[in-house]
Design a binder for this molecule. Structure first.
Ligand SMILES: [Cu+2]
Length: 106
């Protein structure tokens, strides 16, 4: 009886945390810009980039503690990028050099 109660409580906790991360870490690429342009997340969390323009984007991060380089990202496609290290990172697009997102990882 006691172990059944523990399993039930764990299932609720998992559901709540999954719903929250879906809401709060979505970045939209629209009109050749990231929205929002700055975000703070916890170490190990991911950002999901959603291309809402009708042309291709791309995503890259280059720093001492992490490196990411996506393929071309067609309209409507989502790309997930996780951040395994603390610090401040610039996310850029190789196709549109003025696109810049600042990510603070704590
Ligand atoms: Cu772009």
């Amino acid at each position: 009886m006691r172990s059944a109660t523990l399993i039930f409580a764990g299932a609720i906790a998992l559901t709540v945390s999954a719903a929250r991360s879906d809401d709060s870490h979505m970045i939209v690429q629209m009109s050749r810009a990231f929205h929002p342009g700055e975000v703070t997340i916890l170490r190990g969390e991911a950002l999901v980039f959603s291309n809402r323009d009708d042309f291709i984007h791309q995503i890259y991060v280059k720093s001492d503690s992490m490196s990411f380089d996506s393929d071309e990202q067609p309209p409507g496609q989502n790309v997930s990028v996780s951040f395994p290290a603390n610090g401040t990172f610039a996310v850029r697009c190789r196709i549109h050099p003025r696109m810049n997102l600042t990510v603070h990882v704590k």
